[in-house]
Write a protein that binds this ligand. Structure first.
Ligand SMILES: *[C@@H]1O[C@H](CO)[C@@H](O)[C@H](O)[C@H]1NC(C)=O
Length: 530
């Protein structure tokens, strides 16, 4: 009896090693490794391996060091996967977009400061899809000519201001972009001092603050969002409450004004009017929410990015003024110094287009803003438009990319890869031209500047046409050169970019002069005609 009991008790234990061996041999557990990572510390992992400033440089450097275009970080149990090559980004974010189209959510951004209406920040869900679909309808290629008149008018006013006050070019760019986007979205024609312009600027500033500050208590410890504003450490809540009001006004105020204009019969055709008259979209509460969200997000997302791109254009030419000569010759051949360019001229102006592509490559504004340093326990504060989030475990190049990873396409690394773009720090539009002067066939790469897959910027074609026309119009009439000091010597321009939210040039000076005597009357009469 006792022996039997012992047998009962012992036998399974004795068998255990055999059972385990059998399980392992018969069902080998597939053990995949994560992509290469720097050696981290216990628990906090790679927290301190991710630099706050210009993280894209570090990502690219680690990729080189590991000989892998996919790099991995782990901090506090969170996974970050950085894709340093266009191939990896296409393979994952495009070909496997069903897994990689999510977004990391931030409490500070989406819940506390009113940016929850920015649908670009949403998860890839039904609401996201319906918003994107409604947006794309009004920004598809056939819809774009509807905006050309507004773009042209804004640009002509801008050229006019460049003659009158060339040193204020940065302020003129700000007005140009705000004005054109407000016109495109709400059909408003605003003056320089219109409060709506200041409103967007302030609201966009909150986004920069949130992201630039890197890390908010509420994002670190989610329960902190419930602490009252007067509590020590709750100061961010007071600020957040002010910001929320601002962001709320940015979404609601122009929409309210549009509806007032509609009642008074003064509304002009624009994105909002198109959204309102779209089929099945009439006068329901959910339709109105969608309209507010789409219009406000377009307005908020379009103005700042276009502005930074255009200021980068002046910056690049201040550093590399010789590159504009060939473009100006081409413009003179086509326009004969008799008129300003229009979008339709593009086919005859490959050098101008090459300059646009080089600009997008050189400044690499948006996707460089891969800052996510902002992490930690529950929530990663991430950037609009940028990091994706995976939804299931995946395998790539033999590596495991775990579900829930923050996936960052390091477009900076792709667009500054010396094997594709020799001397990547040189601004050189001719790299996009073939020997016969035509545009190179495969210029898809600069698309990287606009993101990937199902998350690619849906307004990219509008932005591209707008910036193209601005560049062509500016160079048809003006020359951009380094500014002069009191003694008439050229000032040196420092190559400095912002290192966090976006990679935009820091404020700088340049000299902007008319190219030929008749240019002034051409510009002045064009801006009167519009
Ligand atoms: C989609 O996700 C966003 C947040 O990312 C959320 O606010 C929204 O309610 C979601 N929509 C649906 C239908 O789940």
């Amino acid at each position: 009896m006792l022996r039997d009991d012992l047998n009962c008790l012992l036998s399974p234990w004795l068998l255990l090693p055999f059972i385990l061996a059998w399980i392992l041999l018969a069902h080998p557990i597939k053990r995949l490794r994560y992509p290469p990572s720097p050696n981290g510390l216990p628990i906090i992992g790679n927290l301190f391996d991710i630099p706050v400033d210009s993280p894209w440089l570090k990502y690219a450097e680690l990729g080189k060091q590991f000989g892998s275009d996919v790099v991995h970080f782990e901090a506090l149990g969170r996974h970050v996967v950085v894709l340093n090559s266009a191939k990896a980004a296409r393979d994952l974010l495009e070909k496997r977009s069903s897994i990689y189209s999510g977004r990391a959510q931030s409490i500070m951004l989406s819940e506390i400061t009113g940016w929850h209406r920015n649908w670009g920040l949403w998860q890839y869900n039904e609401s996201y899809k319906s918003h994107r679909k409604a947006f794309v309808q009004h920004f598809r290629p056939e819809a774009l000519p509807g905006y050309y008149g507004k773009q042209k008018k804004g640009i002509h006013t801008f050229l006019h201001s460049l003659i009158d006050a060339p040193d204020d070019f940065l302020a003129h760019i700000q007005y140009l972009t705000g004005q054109v986007i407000l016109d495109a979205v709400y059909g408003f024609e605003v003056a320089r001092d219109d409060p709506l312009l200041a409103l967007t600027e302030h609201a966009a500033f909150t986004l920069k603050q949130i992201v630039g500050a890197n890390m908010y208590l509420a994002d670190i410890i989610p329960t902190f969002r419930h602490i009252p504003a007067w509590f020590p450490g709750g100061g961010y809540k007071r600020r957040a409450a002010e910001w929320k009001k601002l962001v709320g006004s940015m979404y609601e105020e122009p929409y309210r004004m549009y509806k007032a204009a509609l009642r008074e019969g003064t509304a002009r055709p624009c994105l909002t009017s198109a959204l309102m008259s779209a089929k099945g979209n009439r006068a329901s509460e959910s339709a109105e929410l969608l309209q507010v969200s789409i219009a406000g997000t377009t307005y908020g997302a379009g103005a700042g990015t276009t502005m930074d791109t255009l200021s980068a254009f002046f910056f690049a030419l201040t550093l590399f003024p010789e590159t504009q000569i060939a473009v100006q010759d081409e413009l003179d051949d086509v326009l004969c110094r008799e008129r300003l360019p229009i979008v339709k001229d593009e086919a005859a102006l490959p050098r101008t287009t090459a300059m646009l592509y080089e600009l997008l490559r050189y400044v690499e504004l948006l996707s460089a803003s891969v800052l996510f340093h902002l992490i930690y326990l529950e929530s990663w504060l991430t950037l609009p438009g940028i990091p994706h989030r995976s939804t299931t475990n995946d395998e790539y190049n033999g590596y495991l990319i775990p579900a829930g990873s923050i996936v960052i396409a390091n477009a900076w690394a792709m667009l500054h890869d010396a094997s594709v773009f020799p001397e990547p720090e040189r601004f050189d539009p001719t790299r996009f031209l073939a020997a016969d002067g035509s545009l190179k066939g495969d210029i898809s790469l600069v698309g990287e500047a606009f993101g990937f897959g199902r998350r690619i910027c849906p307004g990219r074609q509008f932005a591209r046409d707008f910036v193209w026309l601005a560049i062509a119009s500016i160079l048809a009439m003006f020359t951009i050169e380094p500014a002069l000091d009191e003694g008439g010597e050229e000032l040196e321009t420092k190559v400095e970019f912002t290192t966090r939210f976006m990679r935009a040039p820091l404020p700088f000076k340049c000299r902007i002069t008319l190219r030929f005597p008749e240019a002034e009357s051409l510009v002045r009469s064009a801006s009167v005609d519009d």
